[in-house]
Design a protein around this ligand. Structure first.
Ligand code: IMP
Length: 426
């Protein structure tokens, strides 16, 4: 495999952290290209659990260069907390191996306040509350603060003042929440600048110079394709493009420099926050998946909604991202269920459809069409080869491959790095 992109095929939380961590052993650089600390990538190494929010998961592999691209929105406060927490565990987080694009936009306290105010008590979208959407809004409105701006305190002061002139009106007149003082916001940010500036780099050069010298890069996606701002279940989406091709845009490299695309598919479906979810289960099977799968958010602790695997979602991911390989995760969680169902299509307005219907609320009105497969009782978490998997597990995997049209190069049967079966020469 050459340079590769890893993306989530569903609504996020597919187990990307573990697969990225595993593949980090095969590459030299790991690059985040979108999203921010709304992500929570859980990695377990030798029994120790790490949750990474914005620092690429490759940081847990000594010597790998980790890059935060211009497509990421970076909260400098939580970034430094993450740096300190990793350093306390003896992990090298020096600027020699951790790089931030000058062009990455900074999440400011007023972005978090706006996110919270808009969500209100009822949580309209169910965002993570990390200020992601408001930060991307300012980027598109061309009023955002970029990491490189920290070298110019006067520029930052003007930008903060300008941003708060507008946002304080919203806070006081519309939302009835406290306004923020521009001087304080500026001072708080500039107090962090001396620790952020050493990490800034021309990340396109870091990646492309590296690949020119035969080094390999892994582009680590966050969230999942159904949360993509253009192609997901809008408005119940995140504010960035989560599809594979955004890796090139968000990292600042040509798409021709990436030849492998790995879609992470959880063996069932989950989603956090509001929005349509055709295969959701509010019964004992849903409870089984949530409890056995530990389906509670790594970032917010919220219980994830759970349901059967949805092949319509996987087909949509396949056509948007053309994955070269699939990593099928959390298969062990299905163990103990007598019968498994896979949604193979939807019935919509009296017709069978293989792709999500395109109208605004159509996904709320589809009926999943299920196919049943026999389950397995065996504990597969110690199966380390394809042949050692029960026959019913192999049939399930083969059916998923067929429905998505992508072969499973990785089969994950537990949270540890070692609990992974690799096939098809990946
Ligand atoms: P935001 O990204 O915080 O604006 O949240 C928008 C939507 O994306 C909400 O439904 C979140 O629950 C969801 N979301 C954001 N990040 C993740 C993630 O890493 N995993 C799963 N869902 C996420």
């Amino acid at each position: 495999m050459g340079n590769m992109t890893v993306i989530g095929a569903q609504w996020g939380d597919e187990g990307k952290g573990k697969i990225v961590d595993l593949l980090s052993g095969d590459v030299d650089m790991v690059v985040r290209f979108q999203g921010g600390n709304n992500a929570g990538h859980t990695v377990i190494v030798n029994g120790e659990r790490y949750v990474l929010h914005v620092i690429p998961s490759g940081i847990l592999h000594p010597g790998k260069v980790c890059v935060i691209g211009s497509g990421v929105v970076l909260d400098p406060r939580t970034f430094l907390e993450e740096v300190d927490a990793l350093a306390a565990k003896g992990i090298d987080v020096s600027p020699g191996r951790l790089k931030i694009s000058h062009r990455a936009h900074l999440i400011m306290p007023y972005h978090c306040a706006l996110d919270a105010a808009r969500e209100g008590a009822e949580g309209k979208i169910g965002t993570t509350g990390r200020g992601i959407g408001p930060c991307y809004e300012d980027k598109k409105a061309r009023i955002g603060i970029r990491a490189g701006d920290l070298a110019d305190p006067d520029l930052v002061r003007r930008k903060v003042t300008e941003a708060l002139r507008e946002k304080n009106v919203l806070f006081s007149a519309l939302y009835g929440v406290p306004t923020l003082d521009p001087g304080e916001a500026h001072a708080a940010l500039m107090a962090l600048a001396p620790r952020i500036l050493p990490y800034l780099a021309d990340v396109s050069s870091v990646i492309l110079d590296g690949t020119a010298r035969g080094r390999k890069a892994l582009f680590e996606g966050a969230q999942g394709v159904m949360l993509d701002i253009d192609h997901g279940t809008y408005p119940y989406v995140t504010s960035s493009n989560t599809i594979a091709d955004n890796a090139a845009v968000g990292a600042g490299v040509p798409s021709s420099s990436i030849d492998t695309r790995i879609a992470i598919v959880k063996a069932y479906t989950t989603r956090v926050g509001a929005g349509p979810f055709p295969t959701e289960l509010n019964d004992s099977v849903g409870m089984h998946l949530q409890q056995k799968g530990g389906e509670f958010g790594a970032t917010t602790g919220r219980a994830r909604r759970c349901g059967w695997l949805d092949a319509v979602v996987l087909r949509e991911t396949a056509r948007l991202c053309a994955p070269t390989t699939m990593a099928l995760t959390k298969l062990d969680v299905l163990g103990g269920l007598k019968e498994l169902q896979i949604c193979v299509g939807y019935e919509f307005q009296g017709q069978r459809t293989l792709y999500p219907p395109q109208g605004p609320n159509d996904l709320e009105h589809v009926t999943p069409l299920y196919e049943s497969l026999p389950g397995w009782d065996e504990d597969i978490s110690s199966c380390l080869t394809w042949d050692s998997l029960p026959a019913n597990t192999r049939s399930y995997i083969e059916r998923v491959e067929e429905l998505m049209g992508v072969r499973a190069g990785f089969i994950s049967v537990g949270p540890d790095r070692r609990q992974t079966i690799r096939r098809h020469g990946v």
